[in-house]
Ligand binder design. Structure first.
Ligand SMILES: Nc1ncnc2c1ncn2[C@@H]1O[C@H](COP(=O)(O)OS(=O)(=O)O)[C@@H](OP(=O)(O)O)[C@H]1O
Length: 397
């Protein structure tokens, strides 16, 4: 009897506990459900087409109506005619007046790359314009590549607040070559505009090689283990391997194996980033041609005024940055830029290392090998309507 009473008491006590637990969990779920809308969540799809319409929203009506063939010009040559540029009104080129309403916005202009082609110089030239705003310290935010999992609010937190006539610009050179970045950008900011800088792929590879030697102990170990002394050795070991790859294998390499730590192929990107037409074709297929401005590293280095005319025209901004903003620094061997606050900004000593001076820094055989590697990709570039001045064989082999 006692036993039965006890067990009866235990089970009714347990029963009450279970019911209480059940009811409180339901209540908790309901409370969380009611509170959920209070938490601020930024929608990730089609960001610029929802509440974030922007005066400089790309693809709005053009201020000047270019002829159709001009619209097709990926290199922005139409903006070299001053009549196609916007003359600034009154104080449009002054520093931003205080007290204006500002808000966070995802970039409406994205710098895609390519790495080591002068993307940082362009970034500084652009911020000489009072209407172009970037992340603090000009940081590459890498959101669409390695920081994607952090979420869109993480990205917004690191971007500047802007007034209604200002542009948000962010550049991360890996966006151009890291396969998932393209779909992520298309999903998030399908109406963004893109600025791509390409440069002689041989010089680019040389610059990238030296950069990796300076910055990466892993790369230095790789060179030591493989008894690779310099860029010439590196090219002779790797370029011929790449040149014999059939299309399927090359695609597997560019889409997966470069990023797969088990294949240990990461160093090949020193050469493959220069396959510009491969990457550009994928971007152009996802967006419209009018969303792109393609500049060359050579014009960034030698003709900054023309570059900024193209950039300001492309972004439909008043022409605040002119030739007067650029000062050639003969010690550095590069242009420095005077921004709208009157400060002269030169890039630090990590930039302007391999291209300083005109002397050849690698063997002629190395240049020939790389000309063969890049020849087919350069021919594709010209089929896309992009003219460059790099000396490459033009005939099919
Ligand atoms: N105005 C000015 N000042 C300094 N450097 C200039 C400038 N214009 C172009 N360059 C060239 O830019 C090269 C670096 O390219 P990136 O900025 O794209 O490199 S990075 O991808 O951000 O690391 C850098 O390459 P290296 O010469 O190999 O250092 C420069 O040659």
């Amino acid at each position: 009897m006692k036993k039965r009473l006890t067990s009866g008491w235990i089970s009714s006590h347990m029963h009450r506990k279970i019911v209480t637990l059940f009811v409180s969990s339901i209540a908790l779920v309901l409370i969380l459900f009611c509170l959920a809308p209070l938490e601020k969540r930024t929608p990730i799809k089609n960001y610029h087409t929802r509440d974030n319409i922007y005066p400089h929203q790309p693809n709005r009506e053009y201020l000047f109506y270019p002829a159709n063939e001009e619209l097709d010009d990926l290199q922005g040559r139409r903006f070299l005619k001053v009549k196609n540029l916007r003359t600034p009104k009154d104080d449009e080129c002054q520093a931003d007046p205080d007290g204006r309403e500002k808000r966070k916005l995802l970039p409406n202009v994205i710098g895609l790359g390519a790495k080591k082609c002068g993307t940082t110089a362009l970034h500084y030239y652009m911020t000489a314009h009072p209407k172009v705003k970037v992340s603090p310290d000009h940081e590459e935010l890498a959101f669409f590549d390695k920081k994607w999992e952090n979420g869109i609010d993480w990205y917004l937190d690191r971007l500047p607040e802007v007034a209604e006539d200002e542009i948000v610009f962010e550049k991360t050179p890996k966006y151009f070559v890291y396969p998932p970045a393209l779909d992520r950008i298309a999903e998030t900011v399908p109406n963004a505009k893109f600025i791509l800088v390409i440069c002689n792929p041989i010089d680019r590879a040389f610059s990238d090689f030296n950069h990796k030697v300076r910055k990466s102990s892993g790369f230095r170990n790789f060179l030591a283990q493989n008894q690779i002394q310099n860029f010439d050795d590196f090219v002779m070991r790797t370029s011929t391997r790449l040149r014999i790859l059939k299309e399927k294998k090359m695609t597997a390499l560019l889409e997966n194996d470069l990023y797969n730590s088990t294949t240990n192929n990461g160093h090949l990107s020193i050469l493959t980033v220069g396959f510009y037409s491969y990457y550009l074709q994928k971007f152009i297929a996802k967006f419209s041609r009018q969303q792109f401005l393609i500049l060359t590293g050579e014009e960034i280095r030698h003709s900054p005024r023309e570059v900024m005319d193209k950039v300001q025209g492309f972004m439909d901004l008043p022409r605040c940055v002119t030739g007067d903003n650029f000062v050639f620094n003969s010690t550095k061997g590069f242009y420095c830029v005077v921004n709208y606050k009157g400060e002269e900004v030169c890039l630090d000593s990590s930039k302007g290392t391999s291209r300083k001076g005109e002397e050849q820094k690698y063997l002629i055989e190395t240049a020939e090998e790389l000309a063969n590697l890049y020849g087919p990709y350069n021919r594709e570039l010209s089929k896309l309507g992009i003219n460059v001045s790099w000396p490459f064989p033009t005939e099919e082999p």
